[in-house]
Design a protein around this ligand. Structure first.
Ligand SMILES: C[S@@+](CC[C@H](N)C(=O)[O-])C[C@H]1O[C@@H](n2cnc3c(N)ncnc32)[C@H](O)[C@@H]1O
Length: 392
């Protein structure tokens, strides 16, 4: 990911604009880290400045607000470097040929699925599409189907969007989102197939796998009757784990195949075949129509809080509720009345990372689109109680 190292940064006077980037504020934590709020072309990104050994500063995009296109972040970091007259010791932000910052109409934010996505035709989903070979092949072969490709690896996303443009493929929507959280945004009974091909096996940390009892339950809800959830893996442990999870359903139609051939092989499949590994398919067919669910709203704060009181009481703290947690990680101060709290919260196995921004007493999440899942609502309630405990 784009970043640079420097020993010096000239302080900026906020707000200020340099070329196309506006820098709104700077915030500091007791640990010596700094955040700078930057925005360009309507997109916000937090720049994170970390103190390293020997007085070196590492400047990069913060994970929470990191935009999908690396080229976008590169541009913001270049503007920041130039505005603050930094002399780089190391840098990978100057691309050889500057990539044009372009938003593809097929790249969607979660906000789109939360509020604007209308299901007009059957949907097929591919989770972790990687190089996109299988997704692109299926989309070309099935033009009447709306494909949704989920991926968290940004270069893979850029690559597939480029292929869609080059090959005039118009039936794929791509989203940079964790598949374990995504299904909750879809209505019930609208999906025909969900492909999960060669997911990361996480043999030592099974709780990080895409498949879990909760994921299977949500997948069954979005699948229509006779639709399928399909795992293809080279990992015997992942295969057995998924099969046993499916067998815990009260009723299930599960098919298993070994070394079945597909019309198209993915990059990972080619690699495993060369190594003569066995390949397993587990296919779960949905037999039941699910009840409709209401659209997920956003979480928001109504009450005003006192930032100075919160800053004085703040400590790195982990709070736990039944099946969920809230971790207040780091507080950044902009001025006496404003600042940011970096935190993670949600269900134990699936959590959100975000900031809470406090400006003149008003509290908002950053990014704003924190979905109101059951565990997030529980965590949000605990966060509000925590604010009240300090401010009342
Ligand atoms: C081993 S690769 C397989 C890629 C591709 N399916 C293939 O067969 O070549 C797994 C992919 O899943 C993506 N991935 C991992 N966890 C994910 C998650 N929770 N949500 C969406 N994608 C994920 C990774 O970024 C990676 O590209």
């Amino acid at each position: 990911m784009p970043n640079f190292h420097t020993k010096t940064l000239k302080p900026l006077r906020y707000p200020c604009t340099y070329k196309e980037t506006t820098f709104t504020y700077e915030a500091h934590s007791k640990r010596g880290n700094t955040l700078v709020m930057a925005s360009t072309q309507g997109e916000q990104v937090l720049i994170r400045i970390q103190q390293k050994e020997d007085g070196v500063l590492l400047v990069k995009g913060d994970k929470v607000t990191r935009p999908t296109q690396a080229s976008f972040l590169q541009k913001v970091l270049i503007d920041f470097r130039d505005a603050s007259e930094a002399e780089e010791i190391f840098s990978n932000i100057e691309p050889k040929k500057f990539l044009h910052v372009k938003h593809s109409p097929y790249l969607k934010e979660i906000e789109f699925f939360a509020n604007h996505f209308d299901v007009e035709r059957e949907i097929w989903i591919e989770i972790g599409f990687g190089s996109g070979r299988h997704l692109l092949h299926q989309a070309k072969k099935n033009p009447h189907i709306q494909f949704i490709g989920l991926e968290i690896h940004k270069p893979s996303i850029e690559q597939v969007l480029k292929q869609c443009e080059l090959q005039n493929i118009e039936n794929i929507l791509v989203i940079d989102y964790d598949a374990r959280l995504f299904m909750e945004f879809l209505p019930s009974n609208v999906v025909g197939r969900i492909f999960v091909h060669f997911p990361v096996p996480w043999d030592k940390k099974p709780h990080r796998r895409v498949f879990s009892a909760a994921f299977i339950e949500e997948a069954l809800r979005v699948l229509h009757v006779n639709a399928t959830l399909e795992l293809r893996t080279d990992s015997p442990l992942y295969f057995e784990f998924t099969f046993s999870q499916m067998m815990q359903l009260s009723k299930a139609d599960v098919h298993v195949k070994k070394n079945a051939e597909l019309e198209i092989t993915s990059k990972y499949e080619d690699r495993w075949r060369k190594m003569e590994k066995d390949i397993y398919d587990v296919i779960l067919t949905n037999e039941m129509e699910a009840a409709p669910i209401p659209k997920l709203g956003r979480l928001h704060f109504d009450d005003v809080v006192d930032f100075a009181k919160i800053r004085d009481a703040f400590k790195d703290e982990l709070l736990r509720g039944e099946g969920f947690f809230v971790h207040f990680e780091e507080l950044f101060e902009i001025d006496e009345k404003s600042g940011l709290i970096r935190l993670s919260f949600g269900a134990n196995e699936r959590n959100e990372r975000c900031f809470i921004q406090i400006q003149e007493g008003q509290v908002t999440y950053l990014p704003e689109t924190i979905l109101a899942t059951k565990s997030n609502v529980a965590a949000h309630t605990l966060i509000k109680e925590w604010f009240h405990g300090i401010c009342d």
